[in-house]
Design a protein around this ligand. Structure first.
Ligand SMILES: [Zn+2]
Length: 265
């Protein structure tokens, strides 16, 4: 029997915390069937290193974005120009950017001037994604309704709502707008009732699996650095909650991530 294949659709494997053992993390993933990993960007300072690391590893697929909590008002205009430059020069520099992300809105930061800047930069990045025909990796916390309104009024190619934290109704709205719902280790927490209910009530065709490593470790590894090798076990939890079989969850979520990020292999 062919081993099951999985994709981690959100993993910060470029961060220095993985510098000492990135190869062994990737080897372990390979053994467990985690064959592709999407590595999103959070700040312009980190994009070059992220692209270099992805260029060196066939299984890593880069995304670049400015995370809502890492917007630097002094440099953001220049950062957006750099983003365009990197997208325009991907062929000559031998990398293929699969998405714009992570981008979005984070309402846990209460300062209203920051919220309006977040919205402005979110829309600017939506436009860049649209110009380059790329999907989005969304980071949305405590701002789902606003994000949904923005997406309805700005054309986009869909993508993934990473570490989804909204209601079932909001999940269904995102799905209608062409988004997949990103599910990670948080699902393993027994008190994640709302999320579990959502996962049971949306089609498997709308779910992607992710770890957000090194953060958001699942319950069984809660004091450890999170790692993409946990994806098969996250798939098991999703299968169990939904009453689905693991093979179907693995096959469909992998297919979903391949379709969204245009991964051919
Ligand atoms: Zn992330």
């Amino acid at each position: 029997m062919q081993p099951l294949q999985f994709i981690d659709s959100h993993c910060h494997l470029d961060l220095p915390i993985f510098d000492s053992d990135r190869e062994s993390v990737l080897n372990r993933c390979r053994e467990l069937g985690v064959s592709h990993i999407v590595v999103p960007g959070v700040t312009a300072l980190q994009w070059d290193n992220l692209l270099n690391i992805c260029r060196e590893h066939d299984s890593l697929y880069p995304a670049i974005g400015i995370h809502p909590l890492f917007i630097e008002s002094d440099t953001v205009t220049e950062d957006l120009k750099v983003m365009n430059f990197l997208l325009n020069n991907s062929l000559t520099h031998n990398y293929s950017i699969v998405a714009i992300g992570e981008v979005g809105l984070d309402g846990t930061e209460k300062l209203s001037h920051k919220i309006s800047l977040q919205q402005k930069i979110f829309i600017a990045q939506l436009k860049i994604a649209e110009e380059h025909n790329l999907p989005l990796i969304l980071h949305i916390r405590k701002a789902h309704q606003t994000a949904i309104e923005i997406l309805k009024h700005n054309s986009n190619h869909g993508g993934v709502v990473h570490a989804f934290s909204g209601s079932l109704e909001q999940a269904l709205e995102y799905i209608k707008l062409g988004f997949k719902i990103g599910v990670g280790g948080t699902i393993s927490r027994v008190n994640a009732k709302k999320l579990r209910r959502t996962i049971c009530n949306i089609p498997l065709e709308s779910i992607t699996l992710e770890t957000d490593s090194p953060d958001l470790a699942p319950l069984w590894a809660k004091d450890e650095r999170n790692s993409p090798h946990h994806i098969p076990k996250i798939a098991e939890v999703v299968a169990e909650i939904r009453g689905d079989n693991l093979e179907r969850v693995a096959t469909q979520t992998t297919e979903n991530a391949k379709t969204i990020f245009n991964i051919k292999l």
